[in-house]
Design a protein. Sequence first.
Length: 428
Amino acid sequence: MKVLIVGGGGREHALAWRLSRSKKVKKLFAAPGNPGITEIGTCVDILATDIQGLARFAEEKKIDLTVVGPEVPLALGIADEFERRGLRIFGPNKNASRIEADKAFARDFMHRFGIPAPKFQIYDTIHAALKYTKTINKYPVVVKASGLAGGKGAIIVNTRKEYEKTVDELLVQHRLGEAGNTIVVEEFLIGQECSVFVLTDGIRLTYLPSSQDHKKLHDRNRGPNTGGMGAYAPYPTNRRVSNIIENVIMQPTVLSLRDQGIDYKGVLYAGLILTSLGPKVLEYNCRFGDPEAQVILPIIDGDLVDALCAVADGKLGDIEIKAKNQWSICVVLTSGGYPFDYPVGEEIQLKEKLSAKTLLFQAGTRKEDSKLVTASGRVLNVVYTHENLKIAKQKVYEEIKKIYFKGMYYRKDIGNSGMKKMKRKRRR
Ligand code: GLY
């Protein structure tokens, strides 16, 4: 089989690595890919947003399966174009991608179908958004741009003044462009975050291990929001919570989408907050999480290619994905200064060879002559898997010490919440 991966970050490197392990995959391409992916496949210079270019390439090379990493090509309708041309693609169509690309639509959908979610209001005029100020009696609240905003669309506001400034920036000054023409104002949820993933052909659901992302820059969830500083999997939930997630959130989501005439084929990612009143949906995404994919893909058994083809063909049947009895931790190494201004072009050096068990996924790198240098805020993803979470954590941080680039920064507490949970469970 020939497989094309669309995208070029750590998630796509992890997908490329996982798919390249299948005996069925004879040739792997990535567009645009990254220097890490060139070690296992061929990177082609086509942007992930160039839908026509990608479709032409897939036709020319007779690609058997295209797997889409990021949300933007999905929201632009890459699946619709591929399907129109008879090309097999893994990822929902434009209409189904609204579950992520149109947050007002997603909130309204959750409300109509009784999916547990925070209280919310939707506004598209400054007048209405400001009128609402008078009724907010508890801060913080979350103001979200309804459209895709590259991870910058959710703003936590702590005071009335901040609220008025934020809604003005979005609705009047159009700081996030069209993405902020409609906003969703939401209750701020308190609890642990949990990312849940299912593969679905629109009817059946196959669960992947769930995970916890760490979005804040600093340890103990402090500092500004980022695209994700690390993750671990599986996220340990008890039977009661798992039941709610499956029977009150995931299954009803897929079936209600179908009920609305929305044919959702791909991976459905629900970002949940486990509140004291039970799990609630913070957001839906129409793709794999980043950095969650980097921890989930190494701990699943079986041939992922079969599962992705079955989803794309709408025939998931009883394909089951078994999780290995392993923990997986990913730590994201970032450029100093990220998520604000940061330098790029810093040489990445390996002071010592990494252990054969370590996975190193490249996220924001480029080749300069023969050197590997930093090219973005999130640079490298270091992943270690082990049957013992404590050892996985110890090892991943030992491995990181072998890597150096000027300004390199990372969180030191990835996996801690899992260890605390396991300790509490043992005590019970
Ligand atoms: N882990 C956050 C995201 O992929 O959106």
